[in-house]
Design a protein around this ligand. Structure first.
Ligand SMILES: *[C@@H]1O[C@H](CO)[C@@H](O)[C@H](O)[C@H]1NC(C)=O
Length: 278
């Protein structure tokens, strides 16, 4: 059970490239692994293979934390392996204001449940943070709903050329952004910490991101795959009875809507930070 003891470490050196905002793994009660595996895994094959690209297998020392000591099944199937770092080169997508508007118009087709939920809760769409974004579908939708300011946080380089959007490379909101009314995490958390985007391998990166969001946002709209708990290396996690409660810990669920698809069932949650009791 040695893994259950979390160790506080300075993380600044963990990033393989990019931002200075990589406070990926810090101490927290339900966090099994307090540092990225690649840091403690230096003598292992997985680390050697990694070198800025995703490891093809779950690093051995992280296995128990990813499976939560056997509660969560780990699948390692070559067909599910994704290298979104493009062999370590990284990506840089750029979109104009017209592109963003065009993607926004597609949101109802691409993300019908999210689009409906946001339209019903338009009052929350003021200052918004978007976590994880390669195509500005959500940003376009938020602008059409009247967002006053959008801060998009993305691991890879991203240019969104719009006066109301600021992009930040990394996985945390910078201090100077202050608080936001709403954070939107659509298909973002399930990838966090699997190395797929060149991010440090970190079994609890998703939980740590949610803790960060809880600090900075009053509401969160979260869409994740749901079903039987699993880690499908390195494509995504599936949240079930074991991990879903950990992900939502500290939040109040306002609404949730499950929707099925042939490949992956997902659930969209609208979460609210509980107000302090007086
Ligand atoms: C999705 O949910 C439906 C209905 O609950 C279920 O029958 C199906 O097996 C699920 N699909 C996957 C891929 O888990």
């Amino acid at each position: 059970m040695a893994l259950a003891v979390a160790v506080v470490v300075a993380i600044g050196t963990a990033a393989t490239r990019g931002s200075g905002a990589m406070e990926t793994c810090t101490n927290s009660p339900r966090i099994l692994f307090a540092e990225p595996c690649e840091q403690i895994d230096q003598d292992e094959e997985a680390r050697i293979e990694h070198a800025g690209t995703p490891p093809r297998r779950v690093p051995r020392k992280c296995r128990e934390a990813f499976s939560r000591f056997g509660d969560i099944e780990i699948f390692e199937d070559e067909q599910e392996f994704v290298d979104d770092t493009f062999n370590g080169k990284g990506s840089h997508y750029a979109y104009t204001a017209a592109d963003i508007a065009a993607y926004g118009k597609e949101a109802e087709t691409l993300e019908p449940v999210v689009a409906a939920l946001l339209a019903e809760n338009k009052r929350l769409v003021t200052k918004v943070a978007v976590f994880g974004s390669q195509k500005p579908v959500i940003e376009g939708l938020l602008l059409s709903l009247g967002a006053t300011k959008i801060v998009t946080v993305e691991y890879n380089a991203l240019t969104l050329d719009h006066s109301r959007i600021r992009t930040v490379q990394g996985n945390r909101l910078p201090e100077d952004v202050g608080r936001v009314r709403l954070a939107v995490l659509v298909d973002a958390l399930q990838h966090d910490g699997l190395g797929r985007y060149g991010d440090p391998v970190c079994p609890d990166a998703d939980l740590l991101t949610m803790d960060h969001v809880l600090q900075r946002a009053s509401y969160a709209l979260v869409s994740v795959p749901t079903g039987r708990d699993a880690v499908v290396w390195n494509a995504h996690r599936i949240y079930g009875e074991h991990r879903l409660p950990l992900l939502l810990q500290g939040w109040e669920v306002q609404t949730s809507q499950a929707f099925t698809s042939p490949i992956l069932n997902r659930t969209v949650f609208l979460l609210r930070k509980p107000s302090p009791t007086l």
